[in-house]
Design a protein around this ligand. Sequence first.
Ligand code: UDP
Length: 325
Amino acid sequence: MRILVTGGAGYVGSVTSEVLLHQSHDVAVFDNLSQGHRAAVPAAAQWVQGDLSSPQEIGAAIRHFQPDAVMHFAARSLVSESMTHPFAYLRDNLVEGINLMEACVAHGVQRFILSSTANLFGAPESVFIDEEAAVSPGSPYGESKWALERALHWVSEVSGLRYAILRYFNAAGASEQRGEHHEPETHLIPLVLQVAAGQREHITIFGDDYDTPDGTCIRDYIHVVDLAEAHLLALQALDTRNRVYHLGNGKGFSVQQVLEVTRAVTGATIPAQIGARRSGDPARLVASSDRIREELGWSPRLSALEQIVASAWRWQQRHPQGYGT
Ligand code: UDP
């Protein structure tokens, strides 16, 4: 298939582009490089520097590449930033996604895969969150993704576009060639590895008074290559109907547990300090991914926490400045 990947210079988008190319798909990456890295884009992908805020630019890219499917990764994606800059999320994520959907409909693209998030569940009512759980976004970021999910529903109703919504829990780890590099970095595992590498003095744990066994937040870390493979399965499954899936490994790890595993993997001490809670953080987010496992046979291969951290550590050691080196 021919697949247009928005945000293909970013973390999950670039790794998914790599996996799609390995499976012999044709890939075009559309990205404005506001957060992504040109060096993250696989050489075999067509490259389009463009902005989803411009209907003309995305329309031209789709007209030119004529994709069979679009995978939409491009978005602002930080819970905490969305609490301080809500309009960049509530407006830009939404408008840019709608521009993309409209261009797909105008040019006859019939398959759409949306990156969504566990932040749809700000105060989950059950331990394992499945696709039937009540949505109650935890931040403007989560709200922007929920609005896009609803928009896709209606676009599909009226135009016949088929979609898969993939709600990621905590993407982490690296492929052999691509890893996580944000400026500034805010995610736990890359930050902890920067401490292990001596680039930072300590990690700050955002709150140790949550209602969890050790008081620190629990998250479900899923290897980015396992996530990418779920996109391929979802794409194939669109031939029959729309899909919504939760992508996690079903095991929660606290911030303290992530630190312990990282100390074991790297052999570094990794000093930690307790800080204030971070705005918008729920105590616990753990996926039930039974639906995609049962319906599509998805089975994460690389998502033991040790494997995730070891892969990210290998990438960090090879690229101490991320894509800057
Ligand atoms: N976290 C932390 N210190 C940091 C960065 C993150 O304690 O410097 C915690 C954060 O509060 C959350 C977990 O680590 O509970 C994962 O955060 P991350 O930003 O990696 O992903 P998110 O869950 O926000 O998508």
